[in-house]
Design a protein around this ligand. Structure first.
Ligand code: XMP
Length: 325
């Protein structure tokens, strides 16, 4: 049906093509939405951020963005969403601190698929509650992009709010549904979004939850978040940001012996993973310079609580997957 990219649509590769796309979409959004109200789940990822920025431009305060902090976001992400969208772009932004809710639901759950199901279902529940608090919403903005349509019938796994109950029937607003990821980034840049939002590496919907392997505990999750922040900082400082496809840390639920201040410790290892890929179906290992690995290791061992060992995962996909769960 209509969900096929028009053959005449030019690939958006430049700022001026992006500006033309933005003008066209702003007009189309105004036509579709009229004086109606729109709701958008804003994760802070590039797709939903670009949709938010387009909607702010088109319909301003007819838009309400909901940012759900499920406690599995990277360090600084919720703060950046608030800064960019509420403070700078003056959007109506509902920030939902659902950290305890998610972590309580996940307590003791070690099966990876069960963890994903809980995170997905709880996200829908939180979003539904917020939607019910708002009156007169007719439209639902979604960051669907063209690969989502090609690969999975338009169902976006990581911010799919398609599971909302029957009585919350919204008309969908999907302004970037015919764009490929690289085009979304060009449009995001033209919309003035910050580089670290526009050029973000892929990040799974269940977030750091799949990198805190096994049953999630708050202290081990903090070790994932803090080590990930150090890795990203050091990759950025060495010019690897934007060059390596995906890089992150994992903290498995195992302990080993170490020694600190002349005392034995019984702590977790942090695993570093840095891979290159085109479409995530296969991945090769980034040859990170040894000196950089050493620097990151020393920082993690000095700064991250509960960690006494750092490892580098050399396994390509296949045989391994990119994430550990
Ligand atoms: P794997 O681990 O399967 O990952 O090699 C391939 C790519 O998909 C991402 N990934 C996910 N993305 N929800 C998502 O939105 C998920 O549950 C999920 N699991 C993995 C992963 O980060 C990698 O880029």
């Amino acid at each position: 049906m209509a969900d096929v990219r028009p053959v005449t649509m030019e690939r958006i590769t430049t700022e001026s093509l992006a500006q033309a796309f933005i003008d066209e979409q702003v007009a189309a959004l105004r036509k579709q939405i009229g004086n109606g109200k729109v709701l958008l789940a804003l994760s802070g990822g590039v797709d939903s951020s670009v949709v938010a920025a387009l909607l702010i431009k088109a319909v301003g305060d007819q838009l309400t963005c909901v940012h759900v902090n499920h406690g599995l976001l990277r360090k600084g992400e919720p703060e950046q969403v608030i800064e960019v969208f509420r403070n700078q772009m003056k959007a109506n932004l509902v920030y939902v601190d659902a950290v305890d809710r998610f972590l309580d639901k996940l307590a003791g759950v070690s099966d990876p698929e069960e963890k994903r199901k809980i995170i997905g279902a709880e996200f829908i529940r939180v979003f539904e509650e917020e939607a019910r608090k708002l009156d007169g919403i007719r439209f639902l903005g979604q960051g669907t992009i063209y690969p989502d349509i090609l690969e999975s019938d338009g169902v976006k796994a990581h911010h799919n709010v398609g599971g909302l109950p029957e009585d919350l029937h919204f008309e969908l607003v999907e302004p970037v549904k015919f764009l490929y990821k690289d085009e979304v980034r060009v449009v995001g840049k033209a919309l003035g979004l910050p580089d670290n939002m526009v050029y973000r590496q892929p990040f799974p919907g269940p977030g750091l939850g799949v990198r805190c392997v096994g049953a999630i505990t708050r202290d081990r999750l903090e070790a994932v978040r803090e080590s990930d922040a150090i890795l990203r900082e050091e990759f950025a400082a060495s010019g690897l940001q934007g060059k390596v496809w995906q890089y992150f840390t994992i903290v498995p639920d195992i302990k080993s012996t170490g020694i600190k201040d002349n005392k034995r410790t019984w702590d977790w290892p942090v695993v570093i993973r840095a891979v290159n890929s085109v479409d995530a179906t296969a991945a090769t290992i980034e040859e990170v310079p040894y000196a950089l690995l050493g620097k990151i290791t020393n920082r993690i061992l000095a700064e991250v609580k509960g960690v006494n060992r750092v490892l580098y995962d050399l396994s390509p996909k296949p045989v391994a997957t990119i994430e550990w769960e």
